[in-house]
Design a protein around this ligand. Structure first.
Ligand code: 1PR
Length: 544
């Protein structure tokens, strides 16, 4: 099999990239020291973490010069995400650390005054008609980043670079650049479904470089409307049933057992098969929640690791895994940190981890210590190692009614759905252990604390709505959205495509998630996306 060299310079969640490359019939050889670089014919630099971390790791390990030589020798070179950013001169993310300087220009941060940052989701890589590694004008690519090169007409073209852009809010940014032997993408091709694998293939085969067209001097790829699509996520709650099999289940307000005399765990199918089906129907992401954390099992044998390994070989959209991510003690008595558990998940193919109960406990400590951070929580440790975007906080709130605003110290809202005694106000209490234990913390307190700790995204469930098919809790979603800058995924209650339209139109949510309606076969992901498109909302269509 032909090979491509991959620079393995930090612990990164690059299993998906390896899977993407292998799916195209190529073998990965790892560059493990600077001496290996000259042996590489084709070299890929996957960017992990943040700008300064990436470049200082490369510098410390002695990679800067060999990589520069590889590029100037005209050998095929591709860099991804922070790897693209590293090619520029610098970034406001770490102003003291210089980049490779292969491209003139410096990165800034997305403006978060009117939109969520990081920019997470499927956006364009628009080339304005230039041929660039098989990028297609109607395709969408998966981005996740807070820093970007703002697109300025002619700036990169004047240096001979062909440019592709996306637009987020009113900001047009550089999504990909190419010149000669160099191709760099801000998006993740390995997570961008068929469109992403196509552009990766164009690099691997060399066809992309051959067919690349130069920008014309007056070309412009800016001036777009926001091209970020509405993200639709399929979620699989997974646990072992009473027979010991790993099954996808689904509860009603978190009760996953059948009603009536037969109280066995509901079995709705097999996790790997169902994830693949949702991918092929056009799910923009797939989330697995390991709802019982497989107690009594050595950490290294967690069945979810195998589920991820198998899923990530065929599902090329982001995979999130949640459940049991906390410091723990293994069955043999050894201590295992949350970071170590997250690392195992990343190495098995996860792109993000989701933390539930542990986040609530960490937030309680954060407030009790006077809002100070000491760098020791799971959220801080995992986001430091893998980047904020890799850490999702899954919240399981419950509505608590109060008769008047000053009846509680918590962040309340006036509700259009009064309580059993006609109460017009409510707040949302955070729970832990799958809703079994309610804590004296409201959702606003929790999301603000975890944002300060470095979480990249919120997965906002709602116990009252879970499994009811009655639509999302719009009041809860808007309360959370207006309290933080990081993106929010609305979850719980989706029962038909109209509920997705409603949550996207009536709140500013960044994504919406469904579970039961997909598992029970009531609607497919494709039907939801077709419906949203019909209603004039931008969605990514699945490509074959
Ligand atoms: O606390 O870090 O070990 O994580 C445990 C994880 O498991 C948490 O993310 C928690 O939300 C989840 N979890 C625990 N128990 C349950 C349960 O159902 N008994 N599931 C559970 C949470 C909620 C969503 C669901 C949406 C949409 N399930 O995953 O998919 O509510 O459902 P719908 O569209 O059918 O209404 P830790």
């Amino acid at each position: 099999m032909p090979t491509v060299h991959l620079l393995d310079y930090v612990a990164g969640n690059i299993r998906s990239l390896v899977n993407g490359i292998e799916s195209q019939g190529y073998d990965v050889e790892w560059v493990r020291s600077p001496e290996d670089v000259p042996n590489a014919e084709k070299l890929i630099l996957p960017g992990v973490g943040h700008f300064g971390h990436c470049l200082s790791q490369l510098a410390q390990a002695g990679y800067l010069e060999p990589v520069r030589k590889h590029i100037s020798a005209g050998k095929p070179f591709m860099s991804i995400c922070v790897g693209l950013q590293a090619l520029f001169e610098g970034s406001v993310e770490d102003p003291d650390v210089p980049g490779f300087g292969v491209i003139k220009g410096s990165l800034d941060r997305f403006d978060d005054s009117t939109k969520a940052v990081p920019h997470i989701g499927w956006n364009s890589a628009y080339t304005g008609g230039a041929a660039m590694y098989d990028l297609q004008p109607d395709s969408k690519y998966y981005y996740v980043h807070s820093y970007k090169l703002p697109y300025k007409k002619g700036e990169l073209e004047g240096q001979g670079w062909t440019v592709a852009t996306g637009t987020y809010g009113t900001e047009t940014f550089v999504g990909a650049v190419a010149k000669g032997n160099v191709y760099a993408t801000q998006f993740h091709p390995e997570k961008s479904g068929v469109a992403g694998l196509r552009t990766l293939r164009a690099f691997l085969t060399g066809e992309g470089a051959k067919a690349l067209t130069l920008p014309s001097p007056d070309s412009s790829v800016s001036g777009f409307k926001d091209s970020l699509t509405r993200r639709v996520i399929a979620c699989l709650d997974v646990r072992t049933n009473d027979q010991g099999d790993l099954v996808v289940t689904k509860g009603d307000q978190y009760d996953v057992r059948e009603k009536g005399d037969n109280r066995s765990v509901r079995n709705l199918g097999k996790p790997v098969e169902m994830a693949k089906r949702y991918y092929e129907e056009g799910a923009d992401e797939v989330t697995f929640l390991n709802i019982t954390s497989f107690r009594d099992c050595p950490v290294a044998d967690l069945p979810m690791l195998e589920v991820l390994r198998q899923t990530s070989r065929t599902v090329f959209v982001p995979l999130t895994i949640g459940g049991g991510i906390r410091d723990t003690v293994d069955t043999d008595g050894t201590k295992v940190t949350a970071l170590e558990i997250a690392t195992m998940y990343f190495k098995s193919g996860a792109d993000k981890v989701s933390i539930g109960s542990d986040a609530v406990l960490a937030a309680e400590e954060y407030y009790s210590l006077g809002r100070k951070l000491f760098g020791n929580t799971a959220i801080e440790q995992i986001s430091r190692a893998y980047g904020n975007q890799a850490v999702v906080i899954s919240i399981d709130p419950k509505r608590v009614y109060v008769p008047k605003p000053d009846a509680t110290r918590h962040n309340i809202l006036r509700t259009s759905f009064p309580g059993p005694k006609g109460e017009e106000y409510c707040w949302y209490a955070c729970t832990i252990k799958g809703g079994r234990e309610t804590r004296d913390m409201d959702v606003v307190e929790l999301v603000q604390a975890v944002e300060a700790m470095g979480a990249g995204e919120i997965l906002l469930n709602c116990i009252d709505k879970d499994g009811t098919n009655s639509g999302f809790d719009l009041e809860l979603i808007q309360q959370v959205k207006s309290s933080i800058k990081i993106p929010v995924i609305a979850s719980s209650g989706a029962g038909n495509p109209g509920h997705f339209q409603e949550v996207f139109e009536k709140t500013t949510t960044d994504a919406a998630l469904g579970a039961g309606m997909f598992h029970r076969g009531e609607y497919t992901v494709k039907q939801v996306k077709d419906y949203l498109k019909e209603k004039g909302l931008q969605v990514r269509q699945f490509e074959v």
